[in-house]
Design a protein around this ligand. Structure first.
Ligand code: ADP
Ligand code: MG
Length: 682
């Protein structure tokens, strides 16, 4: 009998083919690498680096540029360059407390020079005479100022050496060594892309991309590698979103037909004309509501751009068709604010509205519109006949809460967010939603004039604030941000309000709003402020969203440099809500105490009041790791995407994703993995 060319019987186990990925290897904890003990692995964990894979995917935030290597005799003052030589002598000086200067005489065959390091006294031991060094830096008056160095071997000073996000505890140099040690495992990471797709998109292998990311031969090579890895991430995200869309295609909502009499009366009742953007939003919503497929629309617009007016329109569409509408807000304060805005309008239309939060349960059996927090859903309130649900500040909700709202029914859903998201990002985050933007606020509104002063001029700021109060206007003072806890934040705000009552705001009625107030107290406080029984509201960031008092025309933000850009923009949106010119005064610490980043943030606010523009700026300043402060677990997993640059890549990933919804394989596993966590809109 002829023997088969591989033999007749299969062996019990096939030998592993060389080059086959072993994914279990990259899942191993970092402390399996030589030289990584429990102490270091704890510090690495703080950087989010737990496994070998995390190290492999730790993206350099930049690369060292190429510099010429010079002989010491040929060094030019001020030019960044590299030298190589041998240490002759070393010394440490401590001219001041907190300052240590290490100085080493380094020689090559052309000459000798003093190399200088600041605050790295421990280096002196390593720079013993005879040590071979390669140094990058520049020649300055006092010698060669070292930026990076290699002792006995080249890596940190090489051209295009990666510079990693590091921490005070783990230096970039240390990280470079660790990544270096993890790199041989790059081939063990499975490549999720189907081969035909890789060919069509002309993408390199993932393992090659990882190698090139950490050791590029040029900046272009590093960038091409990053793009390949970003494409993976975008594709995984888009496939997940495409699946969600496909899943929903089955669901049916009530088709609500054409707009009727109630919404016509509503528009007549409004004391203003709708803006073109509002009109457009309403037209899009009407088109959605006419269909049986449940609406899934994201309505995004800046604070005060008039989203609530549009949201109420959608709710009334449900009511006039004989069903109910629900408006869900992430906090009680916000739910109450919405209730206060909506209720009078609805009263004018004869539509009963109920408020339903953890602490307030008004009678809602007859209500046609229910406004509430998630208590609305958590406590199992049966909302029969729900046809339209509006979800405010949608990024604050977890997937679970949003799912619960629509559980068992398929209402039309309008998601609202006042955090403007650049369009690229919106498509990425909410790729399963249709997006409507209200870009232009009502014309009657003048942009808030923002100025930035440092603390030593704060008395002038308060003088201006008092001038507004004396003219019968109202004001906000935002307390410094305290990170620790809501309780300490509240305590600090109390102390600050007390201080202001005795000092700058002695002659005025000052109320205090913070997150520790009971809902009833908070409601009463807001009602008093609205009724002008208080002149000033001293507040923590709880006023960030929802508070709407058009007579408040000036705001002071203390220690504004502690706040994020998006947050300051949101805070500022509390003023400028009426026709009067409004002002926002940002008080920061002294210039010397501010980081460049803080200065840029504050200047950006002075320069622009366009939320979308600021959102772009925010992305740029914060980098891609932290998106708009959203607590979206899945999104912090996106390490390689560059939101501004990758728009074309995103479009390609979206197109490719459509064909991959039912694809089984490593890609599908990654999609499952990403979407198993909280947070990605699904
Ligand atoms: P958002 O919900 O986007 O923050 P709101 O809907 O609460 O904005 O509107 C902010 C303020 O602007 C409210 O006082 C509202 O009455 C007013 N407003 C809304 N639309 C218009 C408009 N078209 N013209 C004039 N004022 C408007
Ligand atoms: Mg609003």
């Amino acid at each position: 009998m002829p023997r088969g060319f591989a033999g007749d019987e299969a062996p019990a186990a096939w030998p592993r083919l060389p080059g086959t990925p072993r994914p279990e290897r990259v899942a191993l904890p970092v402390d399996l690498l030589p030289g990584v003990g429990p102490a270091l692995s704890k510090k690495l964990a703080k950087l989010g680096l737990n496994t070998i894979r995390d190290l492999l995917e730790h993206r350099p935030h930049r690369y060292e540029a190429a510099v010429p290597e010079r002989r010491i005799a040929d060094l030019l003052a001020g030019e960044e360059s590299a030298i190589a030589g041998e240490v002759r002598r070393v010394s440490v000086r401590r001219p001041r407390r907190n300052l240590a200067i290490v100085q080493a005489r380094v020689a090559d065959d052309s000459g000798e020079i003093g190399a200088v390091w600041f605050n790295q006294a421990w280096l002196a031991d390593k720079l013993q005479p005879g040590t071979r060094v390669r140094l990058r830096g520049q020649l300055e008056r006092n010698g060669f100022k070292v930026r990076s160095y290699d002792l006995n071997g080249v890596s940190a000073t090489a051209d295009f050496a990666p510079v990693y996000p590091a921490s005070e505890e783990v230096t970039p140099k240390r990280l470079r060594g660790l990544v270096e040690r993890a790199l041989p495992n790059a081939r063990d990471l499975p490549d999720p892309l189907p081969a035909p797709l890789k060919a069509r998109e002309a993408l390199p292998l993932r393992s090659d991309a990882l190698l090139a990311l950490h050791r590029p031969n040029s900046l272009e090579e590093g960038e091409a590698a990053r793009r390949r890895l970003a494409f993976d991430e975008l594709l995984v995200l888009q496939v997940g979103l495409a699946r969600a869309r496909a899943g929903r295609a089955e669901a049916k909502a009530r088709a609500l037909g054409e707009p009727g009499d109630l919404v016509r009366r509503y528009q007549e009742l409004l004391p203003f004309e709708l803006t073109p953007d509002q009109g457009q939003a309403i037209a899009e919503i009407d088109a959605d509501l006419a269909r049986e497929a449940p609406m899934q629309r994201l309505l995004q617009g800046d604070v005060g751009s008039g989203k609530t007016v549009v949201a109420l329109y959608a709710l009334l569409r449900a009511v006039e068709a004989g069903f109910r509408g629900a408006l869900m807000a992430p906090t009680e304060t916000l739910a109450e604010q919405h209730f206060l805005t909506i209720e009078p309008l609805c009263a004018g239309l004869g539509v009963p509205v109920a408020l339903l939060t953890g602490s307030v349960k008004s009678e809602f059996a007859d209500a046609r519109i229910v406004v509430g927090t998630h208590a609305l859903i958590q406590e199992g309130v049966e909302l029969e006949d729900l046809a339209v649900a509006v979800v405010d500040e949608q990024h604050r909700f977890g997937v679970e809460q949003r799912k619960a709202l629509v559980e068992g029914r398929s209402p039309h859903v309008l998601h609202m967010t006042a955090t403007p998201i650049p369009r690229t990002l919106a498509l990425t985050l909410y790729g399963d939603l249709s997006v409507t933007e209200i870009a232009k606020p009502p014309a009657s509104r003048k942009p808030v004039i923002t100025s930035w002063v440092t603390a030593e001029r704060s008395s002038e700021a308060y003088k201006r604030l008092r001038r507004h109060l004396d003219e019968g206007r109202q004001a906000y003072v935002v307390c410094p941000l305290i990170e620790e806890s809501e309780t300490s934040q509240a305590r600090a705000a109390e102390a600050e309000a007390e201080r202001l009552r005795r000092a700058e705001l002695r002659e005025y009625r000052v109320g205090l709003l913070h997150g520790r107030l009971r809902p009833a107290e908070r409601r009463e406080l807001m009602a008093r402020f609205k009724a002008r029984e208080l002149d000033v509201l001293v507040a923590t960031t709880v006023i960030e969203v929802g508070v709407d008092v058009p007579n408040a025309t000036i705001m002071i933000v203390q220690e504004a440099d502690r706040f994020g850009l998006a947050q300051l923009h949101q805070l500022r949106g509390r003023v400028g809500r009426g026709a009067e010119q409004s002002y926002c005064l940002l008080i920061s610490r002294a210039h010397e105490e501010l980081t460049d980043n803080a200065k840029e943030r504050l200047q950006a606010l002075v320069d622009s009041s366009d939320g979308f523009e600021l959102a772009e700026k925010d992305l740029e300043l914060r980098g891609e790791g932290q998106l708009l402060g959203t607590r979206q677990a899945g999104l912090s997993d996106l390490r390689f995407v560059h939101w501004r640059r990758d728009r074309p890549l995103l479009e390609r990933a979206r197109a490719a994703a459509e064909q991959l919804v039912g694809y089984e394989g490593p890609l599908a596993d990654e999609v499952d993995h990403l979407f198993s966590g909280e947070g990605v809109a699904a």
